[in-house]
Design a protein around this ligand. Structure first.
Ligand code: ZN
Length: 412
């Protein structure tokens, strides 16, 4: 599948430090140490609706990781999937009486435009579920040979008991898993399952649904196995980081890890599991099922500068849960105007410490609020909000523009 165009990234004269991230599995910071290229997998969208700010916050967060690694001198191989066939997409297509392929293509294209506008670096491999069906069939075959697959009517299930490390990614108790599973696509009550937590890897053909041939009969791939197959194909085992929103901690990332660790014994799926917080609106988590969404495209269509959207998102630490307030967008618009005024002067307050602080903050668990505060302080000093404008550094604006673009992804 085609990704979106890459913005140019300026080369910085100073390198950033090694990148440390909070790892969900070990519940603490891990300093990443990529061997060769840094390898990143971020779970992509199910394209049945436009990109809302919760999604945008996640993709901007992992864009900061991509950029922090690049600042530290690494090449990055970034892989993202598109779940272009799954229950929510088919349900929405039926409801609005649109062909599901057409709906998926239209919403994927809108997502590309949103990511382009937000200056998110594109993945090297942008991969759809449908085009990955041969990979999925191959992975299920391997799991089947290892005794990790069984059939319930026309559907194939993966046995969570096949992975001795099941539960290690989320760290959740079985009770908590059982409680949350039905809310996130699980079917613990289905008769015939060996363990209520087992998940579907191949859904047998249903009347009126698309299906593809497989050694187990016609059907379509499950969501978890789709991501595992795509990540293994393009990144191999024990890649550096799997990322997504915190609603993917369980079951999605737990199941992905399990599939991979059973298929390739002794090799972890990823080295770090990194999760962004949830964005709320009107007192609830922003989600398609609740319908309380603020769409990136709607803001863009009302002539909001996409850089203000990106800045407003980055004012919150990626791991925090927070609530979108429209006022913050207008604050970001004003902040950008001030930044542009200061940068237009050319000379300004000393830039080197600001560049260092921005790179250091981002390498420290993607601390964008701290990085932005450093730029704010430079703008204050340069404009002389205390009555004493500091223009002692003749190259300040050039250096600041470079790091704001390369590390923060903002074109100002
Ligand atoms: Zn995924």
């Amino acid at each position: 599948m085609r990704a979106w165009p890459s913005p140019d990234i300026p080369t910085l004269s100073v390198a950033g430090p090694a990148v440390t991230l909070h790892d969900t599995a070990s519940r603490g910071p891990v300093t990443t140490s990529p061997e060769g290229s840094a390898r990143l997998y971020v779970c992509g969208i199910t394209p049945y609706d436009a990109t809302h700010l919760g999604h945008a916050a996640t993709y901007v967060a992992f864009d900061l990781l991509n950029r922090a690694w690049r600042s530290a001198g690494h090449d990055v191989v970034y892989v993202q999937n598109v779940t272009d066939v799954d229950d929510p997409l088919l349900e929405r297509a039926a409801k609005v009486k649109v062909d599901w392929v057409e709906l998926a293509e239209r919403e994927t294209e809108l997502f590309r435009q949103d990511m382009t506008a937000l200056r998110v670096l594109p993945p090297a491999h942008y991969v759809g579920a449908v085009e990955s069906i041969p990979l999925v069939i191959d992975l299920i075959g391997r799991l089947d040979e290892l005794g990790a697959i069984y059939r319930v009517e026309d559907d194939l299930y993966y046995s969570v008991s096949a992975d001795p490390a099941f539960g290690a990614e989320s760290g959740w108790t079985r009770e908590r898993m059982l409680e949350i599973y039905p809310e996130r696509g699980g079917d613990p009550e289905r008769p015939g399952k060996k363990d209520p937590l087992d998940c579907v890897v191949w859904r047998g053909r249903r009347e009126g649904e698309p299906s593809w041939e497989s050694p187990w009969g016609p059907g379509r791939p499950g969501w978890h196995v789709e991501c595992t197959a795509i990540a293994q194909e393009h990144l191999g085992g024990a890649f550096d980081v799997q990322g997504g929103g915190s609603d993917l901690v369980f079951p999605h990332h737990e199941m992905c890890a399990g599939h991979a660790q059973v298929a390739v014994p002794g090799t972890p799926f990823a080295q770090v599991y990194s999760h962004g917080g949830m964005v709320g609106y009107d007192g609830e988590k922003m989600s398609k099922s609740r319908g309380n969404l603020v769409f990136v495209s709607a803001l863009r269509n009302s002539d909001v500068d996409p850089m203000a959207i990106r800045l407003a998102l980055m004012r919150h630490h990626y791991r925090a849960d927070w609530e979108w307030v429209d006022e913050e967008l207008w604050t970001a618009v004003d902040d950008l105007a001030r930044w542009r005024r200061a940068l237009a002067l050319g000379a300004g307050a000393p830039a080197a410490p600001v560049v260092e602080e921005v790179l250091t903050a981002l390498a420290d668990d993607l601390d964008a609020p701290r990085a932005l505060a450093a730029v704010d302080s430079w703008v204050d000093a340069t404009l002389g909000t205390d009555g004493l404008a500091d223009t002692s550094d003749p190259d300040a604006a050039v250096q600041l523009l470079g790091v704001i673009d390369a590390a923060l992804g903002l074109l100002v």
